[in-house]
Design a binder for this molecule. Structure first.
Ligand SMILES: Cc1cc2nc3c(=O)[nH]c(=O)nc-3n(C[C@H](O)[C@H](O)[C@H](O)COP(=O)(O)OP(=O)(O)OC[C@H]3O[C@@H](n4cnc5c(N)ncnc54)[C@H](O)[C@@H]3O)c2cc1C
Length: 414
């Protein structure tokens, strides 16, 4: 086991840090402060990510990428999230669904959708699972009458007609291509009834609704999507009909680590900003870092970052292949890192005293951003329930620590 960074890791960390420092930090606070969530969006940042090779980094060279590995991708996201969470999330969401399309798309789908997206410096992906009455019920997935998504793809000659409504969808109003997850079997269990459709954002019948006004992660947009008689031809079904939830769990192996990396960037920024503050703020006749209680807070915040990063890198290493991937790694990183990050943000607020709540200092933004991860990509209660399902499923007496535990249940959807 070797945690030393490779040349590739370091090269991309340098690129991502330069983007974060030169392009994101100078504008993040101003964008975050916009009252209308649509004004918090910046196409300039997306174009800059494209110009610096970040937008397409994990994709192959034919799609303007560099085939960066999962560990490198988590390093890039941490760097950007330290400057602004929303910018990192725009990229993470785009990557995860571009990567799925690259892995399982047909040659024609890859050429049409990834090719078009790669050629557009503003090209982004989004994916829509969540509905007003189906959030956690999609993720467990929970079997109850009316439980889970209700958006439906009706079979017609040559394809499907999709009807339904999604909300909270990251990049929804900005993406050029949207994955729509919809039932294609009204009766069966959710895990065997959902099909994934690739829908161009300008498809007839696709309509963007309200752009949500969030407390944190404001530089990323989330919006409602209405699918009103959207015709999707058979050639734009991604993977086998009815298997979307199962294959997404296997294909989005790094999704949870990406989410955790975005949270980690916030924890790191909380620590860096607070270390500096505590060295300079004088109370009790000395810099406050010299007070034992303050030092102990900083020690905890430093540990939060290191423990989080170690878990994320391990998850990213395991994500390299479906065989090496442990299902709990689709759950644990976001669960653990989001709670450490929220703890770090709370401690930062306390260490900064009154200055912590003053918007000019940016610490309260870190707290708002940190709060996003307690529920985003699945609430932590649901993450724990999914872990508990793994434990419930384990054969009595089977080794829990050697090799990769398997499970009959769904894990790690988003
Ligand atoms: C910033 C942001 C970005 C997002 N991006 C996307 C996106 O790109 N695409 C997408 O499809 N979705 C997205 N979502 C939706 C996100 O996945 C859901 O918000 C999340 O899964 C929780 O669902 P919910 O909000 O409906 O909460 P609910 O499911 O209503 O949960 C409410 C509470 O009930 C608890 N609860 C629910 N069921 C159970 C149970 N069985 N047992 C115990 N407790 C339970 C939950 O833990 C929670 O505490 C995003 C959300 C946010 C906030």
């Amino acid at each position: 086991m070797d945690f030393a960074l490779t040349d590739e890791n370091v090269e991309w960390r340098t690129k991502a840090r330069a983007f974060a420092d030169e392009a994101v930090r100078p504008v993040a606070a101003e964008l975050d402060a916009q009252l209308d969530p649509q004004d918090a969006w910046s196409w300039e940042l997306v174009e800059e990510m494209d110009a610096r090779g970040l937008r397409q980094a994990p994709l192959p060279v034919e799609f303007k990428g560099a085939s960066t590995d999962y560990v490198t991708n988590t390093i890039i996201l941490e760097e950007i999230a330290a400057a602004d969470l929303g910018t990192a999330v725009v990229l993470a969401q785009h990557w995860k669904f571009a990567q799925i399309l690259n892995e399982v798309g047909t040659p024609s789908q890859r050429e049409r959708f990834l090719g078009r997206n790669a050629a557009n410096p503003r090209g982004l992906f989004a994916a829509s699972f969540t509905e007003p009455n189906a959030g956690s019920d999609n993720l467990l997935p929970y079997r109850a009458p009316g439980g889970g998504m209700q958006t439906f793809g009706r079979r017609v000659d040559g394809g499907y007609v999709v009807n339904g409504m999604k909300h909270y969808i990251s990049n929804a109003n900005r993406a050029d291509t949207i994955l729509c997850f919809a039932r294609t079997d009204a009766e069966g269990p959710l895990t065997d009834s959902v099909t994934s459709f690739i829908v161009p954002a300008d498809a007839e019948g696709l309509r963007i609704g309200k752009v949500h006004d969030k407390s944190g992660e404001r530089v990323a947009n989330n919006a409602e999507i209405f699918y009103e008689d959207v015709f999707v031809p058979d050639e734009d079904v991604l993977g086998e009909p009815g298997t979307a939830l199962r294959s997404v769990a296997r294909l989005l192996r790094a999704s949870n680590a990406y989410a955790a990396s975005c949270a980690l960037g916030i924890a790191r920024e909380c620590f860096d900003r607070s270390l500096d503050w505590c060295r300079n703020r004088v109370q009790g006749g000395k810099p406050i870092i010299e007070h034992q209680a303050v030092g102990s807070y900083l020690a905890t915040m430093y540990t939060n970052v290191e423990v989080s990063r170690t878990l994320i890198w391990r998850a990213a290493c395991q994500a390299r292949t479906a065989e090496t991937f442990a299902p709990y790694m689709a759950i644990m990183p976001k669960l653990v890192v989001s709670e450490y990050t929220f703890d770090s943000a709370r401690r930062a607020m306390e260490l900064w005293g009154g200055a912590g709540v003053m918007k000019e200092n940016g610490i309260e933004k870190l707290l708002r951003d940190a709060s996003i991860w307690l529920h985003s990509d699945g609430t932590n209660i649901i993450m724990r329930e999914r872990l508990a399902n793994l434990l419930r499923d384990a054969e009595p007496g089977a080794p829990m620590w050697d090799g990769v535990p398997t499970t009959r249940r769904m894990v790690g959807i988003i």
